[in-house]
Design a binder for this molecule. Sequence first.
Ligand code: AKB
Length: 316
Amino acid sequence: MSPKILIIGACGQIGSELTLKLREKYGRSQVIASDIREGEGELMSSGPFEILDATNSSELEDVILHYDINQVYLMAAMLSATAEKFPMKGWQINMDTLFNVLNLAKDQKIQKIFWPSSIAVFGLSTPKHQTPQQTIMEPTTVYGISKQTGERWCAYYHNRYGVDVRSLRYPGLISHKTQPGGGTTDYAIEIFRDALKHKKYTCFLKADTALPMMYMDDAIEATIQIMSAPEKNIKLRSSYNLSALSVTPKKIAELIKAYIPEFEIKYQPDFRQSIAESWPTSIDDSSSRKDWGWQHQYNLEQIAEEMIEGLKPKVS
Ligand code: AKB
């Protein structure tokens, strides 16, 4: 069956790039973008768009039935830093949207779901380096708790009702096309924007805070790859570890200086420092590599070049 796709959260950092890539792959009319607000530019002009509040199950069902949707990518979420400010709202958005999609799949109104998890499922008691796929998970943030809980529900809906749900634990994602919103790893994008615009940046994490990171093109590729993999290859229905690099603010600043020698960085850690310190510094994603052939492409030097070149026209 050819996929008829609904992207929820299509205006967000991942959703906007994913929508364009899926339209390129499957055709414009096969991919319906949706969000609670209108987007801009190519996202809006390249195919159908619906205003949709996915916490409302009947609104969601109407869109699914109207377009004859068979696959949903649920990219809407409140991220780690914002959810710490609005804990109940974060929990409600992250969980209600997931249950609404899982229940439609249980009732066979959707055939396949992608739902992103995160490195935020891990906590202080997790081994920090090369964090294994199966390990202690005691997340300390609302976002992390919602992602860990979501993983258990995904596995439950698969085991109990046969729902074909696939998931990745995204690391911090670096991209220049759409601004991120409310994450702890957002500094890795802000630093490039501010370097080009102001030649300086005040980082909200300490210089040596290492976190797992990945270039957006790799993350999009992984998402499409896991969704296209034969069902028998998907052995984990909670979520797969996914990894590319381990990065510190200091390392990114050094790379930026090669392009902008006057660039200056200051460090003023805030509440996001303790979130970052509760997460792994690097991830073992050998299950993804073995089960469905994952391989990342971009190293940090290539990412820095792409970021500088991609942002130059936008900030000048
Ligand atoms: C965040 O920083 O909250 C996200 C994530 C790691 O899931 N980018």
